[in-house]
Design a protein. Structure first.
Length: 228
């Protein structure tokens, strides 16, 4: 059982009217589908308001019913983000950020009895990436399965990516195109494209040292190779 807790006063359930200043809770739909596809049973909670005591109560309830808990909210951003104090009340926070983007504001917490809590960011791209990077390996471990991301070699076809001087790599959505000679071209999806996840079929990593057009790189597939 994997519990998913969406939080934030700005959220409304998917399929309901969206007033000005509100966002659709699409991550619950995404998380439920992924958990099911990976062999788990999702326990999807209703949207939790920005209230510390209520969030602590919901976390305690989820920990009593599930093996893994996911809380969907940032770990260090937002005007009323109670994730960190709520997590501190139920366990030990191992990390509250990761050195990657998207998904930098991801937290990892362990409870006294060994249950993991993964805090994933609110933006949909970061949420989906961190589900794949952190939740799937946890579920595979619980189910006794081997985590095997599908990786292929591709030729980078974007503009030259300059060195950034940052300490972390940037993960970019990409459209992988299979050529008649079976080579793969990786075309990065515009970072500002809000529908980019609909169109991308893979991910590529842009290293801090930069990347030249025509360089052979590793790409991670979102779908089986035969669908490229």
């Amino acid at each position: 059982m994997v519990a998913f807790i969406p939080t934030g006063n700005e959220l409304v359930p998917a399929g309901t009217p969206v007033p000005a200043g509100k966002n659709v809770d699409s991550n619950s739909v995404m998380a439920g589908a992924k958990i099911t596809a990976w062999g788990g049973k999702p326990l999807l909670y209703p949207i939790q308001p920005d209230n510390l005591q209520q969030l602590i109560h919901t976390l305690q309830d989820a920990l009593g019913q599930s093996d893994i808990v996911i809380i969907n909210a940032g770990s260090s951003k937002g005007t009323a983000d109670f994730s960190i104090p709520a997590l501190e009340s139920v366990g030990t926070i191992l990390s509250h950020m990761i050195t990657s983007g998207p998904g930098a504001h991801t937290s990892c917490t362990i409870t006294p009895d060994g249950k993991p809590i993964v805090g994933i960011p609110g933006p949909s791209v970061g949420a989906e990436c961190t589900m794949d990077w952190f939740v799937k390996p946890l579920m595979d471990r619980y189910l006794g399965q081997t985590t095997q991301p599908i990786k292929v070699l591709a030729i980078y076809q974007g503009n030259d990516y300059p060195a950034t001087g940052r300490m972390f790599s940037l993960v970019r959505r990409a459209f992988l195109i299979r050529q008649p000679d079976e080579r793969l071209f990786a075309v990065p999806v515009d970072i500002g494209d809000s529908r980019g996840m609909d169109r991308c079929n893979g991910f590529i990593t842009l290293p801090p040292a930069g990347l030249k057009r025509g360089t052979e790189i590793q790409a991670e597939l979102r779908y089986p190779y035969q669908f490229l």
